[in-house]
Design a protein around this ligand. Structure first.
Ligand code: UD1
Ligand code: CA
Length: 463
């Protein structure tokens, strides 16, 4: 169910598209369902259907997640009824799991437990209950003297005695499709909100012996209504991600101050420093050391890499044993082959730095390929842009680019060639040659002393 507006988010974006640990809220429910072995997934959408559907198609492939339209939101019972046409061909004994799109932390294991309970219960209904850690206006589970579930009373309809019941409805269900079909058609909107309550299914199941309620921790089932909830659930999701990684052999120096998105693999014995942010399709290899403050978006980091503090990288590939940083900026399409080194205040973009090449300090390297073991001196700049187009620089293997050189692209520096410090390279440099463009140095003997004398004499004359 994800048709609701999410008014309290105060957002132009559909609530279920707000992200938790880098993954849209609705994708958490979908992935939990998949993890529990769901055969088909139908998203009940209403508000911003097109945008939400586009996001689902983009993430899972067009049409993979089916969509049922609930044009007007007349309650959770009405929402599920809107999805019945999509399930027309399914047999009556099929178990349908109903999840909320705004409760991302539900685990696959819990869904499996819920499904098993439904399968085992002749009433054909199981649901998750929870005891909130603070007062929540949730539906209350009403039981008879023998403990059999009689019904759920919604908060606005409940008496003070009913509101005092600790067990609340978490809003997740597993139900046999045959019962769902029969019972949904009997729902009436004769309640405080004038809605069709899905929760009335519980009273129908009471006539068949009573539904099963499975207690779940509040943190796992709590939903998101506003941005305060969003931040709290995000923190809980990240805690869960960090704990799973730590159990799998990753060291976090400061797990409470590290931000690792969902679905980011990190290899065994990797070390993640304080303040590190790992986003999107990033992956970290074994024994990599990602030091304080690094921010990586869609970066593949090979084993044994050392990213020194405050490396910022996106859409890049960092090969085995590379050393990068501190304060290095790797922009999209940077590829560092094994054992490359890129040091402080170096910016790269569309740069292929081959095995063992080094650019240790203060450079701009854009639209460039740098051959194996080449050395890029401090202050080297690839002049890749002429105001109209971008041009490529090729630096072949073993070349040595002296400090403070400019390489005006398109240009090639041949294998093992030298570029003298301070050279502006505008013509290709042949293999093994030395390129020099600076003017010859002249030394004027005694000039400095004469200059100082002349200056101090002038100062005295002024007084
Ligand atoms: C629901 C339950 C309540 C439970 C609570 C737990 C009902 C009647 N009540 O209440 O017992 O304690 O969840 O969080 O079910 N939605 C639609 N279409 C609609 C209405 C809702 O798709 O017409 C979706 C919402 O987008 C949301 C979910 O269903 O994802 C739950 O709806 P919401 O309005 O939040 O239900 P509650 O009033 O919180
Ligand atoms: Ca809700």
């Amino acid at each position: 169910m994800a048709a609701g507006l999410g008014t309290r988010m105060k957002s132009d974006k559909a609530k279920v598209l707000h992200e938790i640990a880098g993954r849209p809220m609705i994708a958490w429910a979908i992935e939990a369902a998949r993890g529990a072995g769901a055969g088909r997934i139908v998203a009940i959408l209403g508000h911003q259907l097109d945008t939400v559907k586009a996001a689902l198609d983009g993430r899972y492939g067009a049409g993979t997640i089916e969509v049922a339209l609930q044009a007007e939101q007349k309650g959770t019972g009405h929402a599920v009824a809107s999805a019945l046409p999509a399930l027309e061909d399914e047999p009556d004994d099929r178990i349908v799991v109903i999840l909320s799109g705004d409760a991302p932390l539900l685990r696959s294991e819990r869904i499996a437990e819920l499904t098993d309970a439904c399968a085992a219960n002749p009433s054909g209904l199981a649901l998750l209950s929870t005891v909130p850690d603070r007062p929540m206006p949730y539906g209350r589970l009403v039981r008879d003297a023998s403990g059999t579930l009689q019904r759920i009373v919604e908060w606005p309809d409940a008496t003070p005695e009913e509101r005092a019941i600790p067990d609340t409805n978490a809003g997740f269900y597993a139900v046999r499709l045959g019962h769902l079909r029969a019972d949904l058609s009997t729902l009436r909107a004769d309640n405080a909100k004038g809605e069709l309550y899905l929760t009335d299914l519980v009273a129908r199941a009471a006539a068949r012996g009573g539904a099963t309620a499975i207690d779940a921790p509040f943190e796992e089932v709590s939903g998101i209504n506003d941005r305060v909830d969003l931040a709290a659930v995000d923190a809980a999701a990240r805690r869960r991600i960090h704990e799973e990684l730590m159990r799998a052999g990753v060291t976090f120096a400061a797990p409470g101050n590290t931000y690792v998105d969902a679905d980011i693999p990190i290899g065994r014995d990797a070390w993640i420093g304080p303040g590190v942010v790992l986003r999107g399709k990033t992956a970290i290899g074994e024994r990599a050391r990602i030091d304080a403050g690094c921010v990586l978006t869609d970066v593949a980091v090979a084993p044994d890499v050392h990213l020194k503090p405050y490396t910022v990288a996106s859409e890049s590939v960092i090969g085995p044993r590379c050393e990068v940083g501190p304060f290095t900026h790797l922009r999209p399409k940077t590829q560092l082959d094994e054992d490359a080194r890129v040091g402080n205040f170096v910016e790269t973009k569309k740069a292929h730095v081959m095995a063992g090449a080094k650019a240790s300090h203060l450079s701009y390297l854009g639209d460039v390929s740098i051959g194996a073991k080449a050395n890029i001196g401090a202050g080297t700049i690839t002049c890749n842009y002429d105001g109209f187009g971008k041009h490529h620089t090729t630096i072949e293997a073993g070349a040595f680019i002296g400090s403070d050189s400019q390489l005006v692209a398109p240009v090639t520096v041949g294998r093992d060639a030298y570029v003298g410090s301070g050279t502006t390279v505008t013509k290709d440099v042949p293999r093994g040659a030395l390129a020099l463009s600076r003017v010859k140095q002249v030394n004027v003997e005694g000039w400095a002393d004469r200059y100082r004398e002349a200056q101090s004499r002038r100062k005295k004359d002024d007084h």
